[in-house]
Design a protein around this ligand. Structure first.
Ligand code: ADP
Ligand code: MG
Length: 771
């Protein structure tokens, strides 16, 4: 339920027509909202006192000599129509017996023209149902009588009505603050006629009950309720509204003393007065904003009308009065009640509900719809502009150019247009990669088919080293647009440790592979030629200037001694080596790789900053130029001294430009130092990697080949390791343990400490001062 604005109860006074109207006591000014009443003080104390007291009552309308039709229009119409917007409504008639409450509410049964608010309301309800074709309505009726604090269902005689409980009627409070009468039958009606039949049926039951129980009609309260439920015909709308119109004909309000009745009549009068005085208490409490507790539950009437008086309801009171002088005291009492009622505030609000079943259905539909829309959207996105058909020559050319520009840094990203276009982009990248590979291969071994073959062997080692290739690749890729790729390649070739001293002639091929070629080739060549290593390889990586005849010589050697795998497989042995003997170097390699990766990331971030700043710079420069051109054509601002004055917008642009230039400069400085670091780290990684593989080769050879074989290989190039006899193997183990083993151990220790120191230095140098 939605909260809305507070509105006071509307109060009307209806004067029963009479030929003996007390003009001297009751005055109706032309505004039709004021009633002035004069009364003799203490008149009931028997004193002859001509002193008059006068009271003025301000109300929402005085219905003096007003037809039933006009009364309905002024009192009830807006309340009835409000029910169609979801507002509850209550119209009550109050006053002493015979003052015209039933006439006002139900009307004179014998003439259609004199019908009252209830039949007119029913007529209006069904007219509205007819008119509002965009909604479906269900209208139910109930008719409740409260007599001596007992509630009676005046429509219980009609079996078709739905009733929760056929026993005792009780008022129950609903979660939303509303009330309903449990056990009261609700009757679905489809048209005005059906509804009027029920009204007459209830009236009839009331009269029959009066005769059977010897009740007086004026002693009971009657509440006729029209329940309306409205749902939008739009299937997806799970919201619906409900409202009820309470049309209340209250018992006579005359005071007990005046009736002079006895026995049962007196008892009835007591009950009636009690419930009406409770009604008055409730109204007083409601009118007093300081009161927190309102005693609705003190009587059935106030409890049943709880939401009409204090709830979300449009409430109207019609106070029926006599115009005769004889009834002036009761009239005054009625008017006092009426003006108190005027102070009661209600908060009319729409009773909106959500049908959970419909809501789920609606949401399911919406999900279905969104799914369809998404798939349509996907389809459309891929089809806009370029279809998924084969690309035209012009489109292929565009993709090629985009890839080129992307690789060279001229293009920030390649927009995805269609699936075929995306596939073509990948194809272009593949082409570039293959071309580069080819080029590299040609550089490594222009006419050596063995290199190619080597690349396809010892997969696990190749894979191991490809991990490091990734790091190199990262460095290269982040250099796009800034010339880094070039410089890092250059760096790889030029920045190398101390030149080799020993046995260049025997290791030419090996060194060439280690220093100037990408690691994949580098290592596979090693794996294929394990015996080509020597101590000098551990520290030297410089690409020696290789003489062509040397190259040829080597190639011939290789061709003369084609090698196959030696037991155990090198890949396995390499894993063992990394876990045991080579673990320390492997760890150092890993650490270096981690540092390299971190610096590379840093470099990429800086590259982004530079590129973004550059873009901003270009943009601001362009803006400024535009601005100045515009200004030139429109004239320059000058100060009173005739000096040119910078406009605010221009000033702001100039300031931004300055700021951006500073940022660019700073970022470029950081970039340069980081770039140096990356190169340095790259170098360390390469060195470690070479070291690891070199040590592995050494270990492998020492572990699985005979010293003389090793020697012969070192001297003459690779030979196929043959079967090792048991006695020779034992000798080998002895050798390793006693002489070679000791030597190797010493050497390994010094290697570790060297790399530890190297690593420490690297870390000490930190992030900046790497020369
Ligand atoms: P109540 O219900 O307040 O006891 P009724 O509505 O029964 O009083 O009215 C008593 C009599 O006065 C009825 O015969 C009714 O027709 C007549 N009467 C009351 N008000 C009017 C009116 N405004 N115009 C014509 N007749 C009226
Ligand atoms: Mg009546």
């Amino acid at each position: 339920m939605m909260s809305s604005q507070v509105s006071p109860v509307k109060v009307f006074i209806r004067i029963r027509p009479t030929a003996r109207f007390a003009h001297e006591l009751i005055e109706c000014p032309p505004d039709q909202q004021t009633l002035k009443v004069r009364s003799r003080k203490d008149s009931d104390k028997g004193k002859r006192n001509n002193q008059l007291s006068s009271w003025v009552f301000q109300l929402n309308g005085i219905l003096d000599n007003v037809s039933q039709e006009d009364t309905y229009d002024r009192v009830a119409r807006s309340v009835v129509l409000g029910a169609f917007a979801g507002y509850n409504g209550t119209i009550m008639c109050f006053g002493q017996t015979g003052a015209g409450k039933t006439y006002t509410m139900t009307g004179a049964a014998e003439t259609y023209k004199h019908r009252g608010i209830i039949p007119r309301a029913l007529q209006e309800v069904f007219q509205e149902v007819e008119h509002r074709v965009d909604h479906t309505f269900s209208v139910h009726l109930s008719f409740l009588e409260i007599y001596n604090e007992t509630m009676v269902d005046l429509l219980s005689s009609i079996k078709k009505g739905k009733s929760l409980n056929s026993g005792v009627l009780t008022v129950i409070e609903e979660p939303g603050g509303g009330v309903s009468v449990k056990g009261l039958s609700l009757h679905l009606v489809h048209n005005e006629e059906e509804a009027l039949n029920l009204l007459f049926e209830g009236e009839m039951n009331r009269i029959i009950g009066q005769h059977a129980l010897n009740k007086h009609s004026s002693r009971s309260h009657c509440i006729f309720t029209i329940h309306i439920e409205s749902r939008s015909r739009t299937l997806s709308d799970a919201k619906y509204i409900t409202s009820k119109l309470n049309l209340v004909d209250l018992a006579g309000s005359e005071r007990l003393s005046k009736t002079g009745s006895e026995g049962q009549v007196q008892m009835e009068a007591m009950y009636i007065n009690k419930s009406l005085s409770f009604l008055e208490q409730v109204i007083l409490a409601l009118a007093d904003s300081r009161r927190e507790h309102v005693p609705f539950r003190q009587s059935k009437l106030t409890h049943a009308l709880k939401d009409s008086l204090g709830g979300n309801c449009n409430t109207v009171l019609v106070a029926n009065i006599y115009g005769e002088a004889a009834q002036i005291e009761e009239t005054l009492s009625t008017l006092r009640f009426a003006s108190r009622m005027k102070c009661v505030q209600t908060k009319p609000s729409i009773n909106e509900h959500v049908d959970p079943v419909l809501q789920v259905r609606r949401l399911e539909k919406e999900i279905q719809f969104l799914k369809e829309e998404l798939s349509m959207c996907n389809t459309l996105t891929y089809r806009v502009g370029v279809s998924n058909e084969i690309l035209s020559e012009r489109q292929l050319e565009e993709v090629r150019s985009q890839v080129q520009r992307y690789l060279s840094g001229l293009l920030d990203e390649i927009p995805i247009v269609s699936i075929t276009q995306t596939q073509e982009v990948f194809a272009q990248f593949k082409k570039v990669v293959l071309e580069q590979q080819k080029k590299l291969r040609e550089q490594i071994a222009p006419r050596n088919p063995r290199v190619e073959k080597a690349m396809n062997t010892t997969p696990s080692i190749v894979a191991e080293v490809q991990g490091s290739v990734g790091a190199v690749g990262e460095v290269d890729s982040c250099g796009y647009g800034l010339g880094l790729a070039k410089s890092s390649q250059k760096h790889q070739r030029t920045v190398s440790p101390k030149p080799s001293k020993a046995r260049k002639d025997k290791q030419i091929s090996r060194k060439e592979g280690a220093a100037s070629q990408p690691p994949v080739e580098n290592i596979t060549v090693q794996a294929e030629q394990p015996l080509n290593l020597s101590e000098s390889d551990m520290t030297t990586h410089e690409p020696p200037k290789q003489a062509p005849e040397q190259q040829q010589q080597q190639q011939q050697q290789q061709q003369q001694h084609p090698r196959t795998d030696s037991p155990p497989p090198k890949a396995e042995a390499f894993e063992d080596f990394k876990a045991e003997r080579g673990s320390e170097i492997n760890r150092i390699l890993k650490e270096n790789k981690a540092v390299l990766s971190e610096r590379t990331t840093q470099l990429r971030v800086l590259t982004d900053v530079i590129n973004t700043t550059k873009r901003d710079l270009d943009y601001i420069t362009y803006e400024l130029r535009q601005f100045r051109e515009r200004k030139q054509s429109q004239g320059q601002f000058v100060s009173s001294e005739g000096e040119p004055v910078l406009e605010e917008a221009e000033l702001s642009l100039v300031m931004q430009l300055k700021e951006l230039k500073n940022r660019y400069r700073q970022a470029y400085e950081d970039f340069s130092s980081t770039k140096t670091e990356v190169s340095y780290c790259q170098h360390l990684v390469n060195q470690c990697r070479t070291r690891l593989l070199t040590e592995f080769e050494r270990w492998y050879n020492e572990s699985f080949l005979f010293p003389d074989e090793v020697l012969s290989v070192l001297e003459t190039g690779p030979v196929r390791p043959g079967h090792i006899p048991v006695d020779k193997a034992l000798t080998l183990m002895d050798d390793e343990e006693h002489s070679d083993g000791l030597h190797h151990k010493l050497h390994a220790d010094s290697t570790v400490s060297f790399y530890n120191a190297y690593n420490r230095t690297l870390k000490r140098r930190g992030s900046r001062q790497v020369s």
